[in-house]
Design a protein. Structure first.
Lengths: 338, 377
């Protein structure tokens, strides 16, 4: 039978077409399981004392491909990073796909290839999954979900409530690149700007940071809601004030320009490979040095410090020496009229 | 970023602040009896809060945040008109992003979209026109709003629709005009405003001469200003210089963008397509004579009000709201009885909490009146 070039409802039937899809696209790139064959679950052994980290995330980005990444790369890095920023070494991922009838197989294969490549880069395996096909119009081409497990080493305790006065606030690189790249890739504005998504796994970077200082207090990747939202979570959960220097926060000129044009604030734009960390004051230099030696942290810098008061607040010191509150937005940023 | 960074130089700001301080002392202004300057435009309000300019200025200058945010002053009844249109099966309703969240008496456009109405965000009216060309079986309505800044692009889009003979494109017009609104404000009894920072982008279209009456008849200096922090500070300085030398004029600080005579091509397009409305409804300010425009009869085929027989709905502002008093400089946003309690950016009751450029939303989002006030260095 000639292989169909698009996804049909038969691919979701559980019958032969489903099996063909799994063999010819998914296992081809994700790798075949060992002698245990394809079971309904993946099995793995863990040491009795280890702490497991477990996370899940869904991906519905439009468009599927954008400068610097695609939905597949995003699905792997998203879950790997959620594990990594908790101090876990990511081990295994699941991948569930909801495909819209009519999706080109070629597109699916490109996405799966990208997932496999990113998983390899991050040193994780995709060990279990599921595929469903829905009727045309019931999904937007392709939705992905990945879940992941990782192991947290002893002595590591990273949590959003651990920021303490005297700690320093670090960021691993330029903020806002992903958000700006997506605005551009949607093509509605015909901007054609030279900016790529920062989409990348952060587990390697986290490893060197933990080697430099096992007692990192708070770390999060600044995804939806951007840097401003993540820092507000730290301030709020820890009951402290984060005092930031606006001029120290790295934002590319081109991203700044897009934001000026549309009335957006880069501090609320999504990132997919940039983290914010709160580290004990005396470990700041070692951590920063280690970050800058790693490719994912070359632009790492200190952007502020943790103070006692006013609690649960992020304050931004402007280049004019004035201060203002950096709050959490209620919904998405909307471009302004004029 | 060229044309931006130069106007954000903290050292130059310090020089201006020192000059401003000297001038206010010379003029005898104090914190008890300050010089009150209204920045008309929401873009200026945004800059003032984003850069914390009020913390830099001496207490003897009080900034009053004006009505110049077209999203804020959009009346509830008009949002209701939009929602009713959007809920019609055949209609694709298009508008600018920040108009989507403005509450109507039933719902906002964002809620209408979630409930199944076909509402789409566009970046320009030309995008709406393109949608009409691509969807000949649907009726595309562009909800046009804004001051004179956005009026010309709407006018040109209507002209283009007319020249192409498009029959499925129409405009629901809520364009409003600045000079008439300022006049209404100036006619308020017991108004406590000494001078104006005039809008930059509106003036790029209408020119600076349109404000002549403010200086000549009402005796208030006005300086048309750019939107960067140094622009705003320099405009304050220019106002004080006028006061010091006993002048009362319209001056243009934003010469790099605003010609004194405005943009004649844009003015022609506007005049061709639009005429003044007898009355226009504003959230927070009520009905103001001739403060808005409507399509001329010749373009009735593109007028959504005419085409869909929209009977403009009037919905009174909530009683608790004190937006009018904030706009007239009588109270500061945190002094309003519902600020931060019944009225927040999530659930705005009044005009000034609706868009991020409104004075109350700016106070709220930048934490003023909610937290202990941050101190300048």
């Amino acid at each position: 039978m000639k292989r169909s070039s698009t996804i049909t409802l038969a691919h979701g039937s559980g019958g032969r077409a489903t099996r063909e899809l799994i063999d010819s696209v998914l296992l081809k790139h994700f790798g075949k399981p060992d002698q245990s064959g394809l079971q309904d679950q993946a099995l793995f052994a863990v040491e009795a004392q280890a702490r497991l980290a477990f996370t899940t995330d869904s991906f519905v980005v439009n468009p599927l491909f954008f400068p610097g990444g695609d939905i597949g790369k995003l699905a792997v890095t998203g879950t790997v990073n959620d594990l990594a920023v908790g101090g876990a070494t990511p081990l295994m991922l699941s991948c569930a796909m909801i495909l819209e009838e009519g999706l080109e197989l070629e597109v699916l294969e490109q996405v799966v290839q990208s997932m496999a490549r990113t998983a390899e880069e991050a040193g994780v395996s995709i060990v279990t999954g599921d595929t469903k096909v829905v009727e045309r119009g019931a999904a937007d081409r392709m939705f992905l979900n990945t879940s992941g497990v990782g192991l947290v080493p002893h002595g590591v305790h990273i949590a959003s409530y651990r920021a303490t006065p005297g700690d320093q606030v670090l960021v691993s690189g330029f903020v806002g690149d992903h958000g700006a790249a997506i605005v551009d890739a949607r093509g509605e504005l015909h901007l054609d700007i030279p900016v790529q998504s920062d989409c990348q796994p952060l587990n390697g970077l986290m490893q060197v940071m933990l080697e430099a200082c096992p007692d990192l207090h708070c770390v999060r990747d600044a995804t939806r809601g951007g840097l401003a939202t993540v820092l507000n979570e730290f301030a709020s959960d820890s009951g402290v004030c984060l005092g930031l220097e606006e001029s120290r926060i790295p934002v590319r000129e081109v991203v700044r320009g897009v934001c000026e044009l549309l009335g957006l604030d880069p501090l609320y734009l999504a990132n997919e490979g940039t983290l914010a960390a709160i580290v004990p004051g005396d470990a700041t230099e070692q951590v920063l040095e280690a970050m800058r030696r790693h490719p994912a942290g070359r632009e790492a810098c200190r952007i502020g410090e943790v103070r006692e008061a006013p609690g649960q607040t992020v304050l931004l010191r402007t280049p004019f020496g004035t201060e203002r509150v950096l709050d959490v937005l209620y919904g998405d940023q909307l471009p302004r009229i004029c | 970023m060229q044309y931006v960074n130069e106007f954000r130089d903290p050292e130059k700001a310090q020089v201006l602040i020192r000059e401003i301080q000297g001038l206010t002392e010379e003029l005898g202004a104090t914190s008890e009896s300050p010089i009150r300057i209204m920045e008309v435009c929401g873009g200026h309000t945004h800059t003032i809060f984003k850069f914390g300019l009020e913390q830099l200025l001496p207490d003897s200058i009080e900034l009053i945040h004006g009505p110049g945010c077209p999203v804020c002053v959009l009346p509830m009844g008009r949002v209701d008109d939009c929602v009713a249109l959007a809920e019609r099966e055949e209609v694709i309703l298009t508008t600018f992003g920040d108009a989507m969240r403005v509450p109507g008496s039933r719902k906002s456009l964002l809620q209408a979209k979630a409930d199944g109405a076909d509402v789409r965000m566009v970046y320009s009216p030309a995008d709406a026109l393109k949608l009409a060309q691509q969807n000949p079986e649907r009726e595309v309505v562009f909800f046009g709003l804004g001051f004179e800044t956005t009026m010309p692009s709407t006018a040109l889009t209507v002209l283009q629709a007319a020249s192409e003979g498009l029959s499925n494109f129409s405009l629901l017009c809520n364009h409003i005009t600045i000079p008439q609104t300022l006049q209404a404000l100036l006619d308020t009894p017991d108004l406590r405003i000494d001078a104006f920072i005039g809008p930059g982008h509106v003036s790029m279209v209408i020119g600076t001469e349109a404000y002549g009456f403010i200086a000549a008849q009402y005796g208030k200096p006005l300086v048309v200003s750019g939107f960067e922090p140094l622009d705003v500070l320099q405009s304050v300085w220019m106002i004080l210089r006028q006061m010091q030398s006993g002048r009362c004029e319209v001056e243009n600080q934003y010469r790099r963008v605003v010609p004194d005579s405005g943009n004649p091509a844009a003015q022609n397009a506007v005049a061709q397509v639009f005429e003044l409305r007898e009355f226009c409804e504003w959230r927070g300010l009520g009905s103001i004579a001739q403060s808005g425009v409507q399509l001329r009869k010749e373009y009735a085929a593109f007028d959504a009000e005419h085409k869909f027989r929209v009977a403009p709905q009037q919905v009174a502002d909530p009683k608790e709201c004190q937006c009018g008093e904030v706009l007239q400089g009588r109270i500061k946003p945190p002094q309003c009885r519902v600020f931060g309690t019944a009225c927040t950016p999530q659930t705005p009751l009044g005009a000034l909490m609706v868009s991020s450029e409104g004075a109350c939303a700016a106070y709220y989002n930048y934490g003023i009146g909610r937290h202990p006030e941050p101190q300048a260095a």
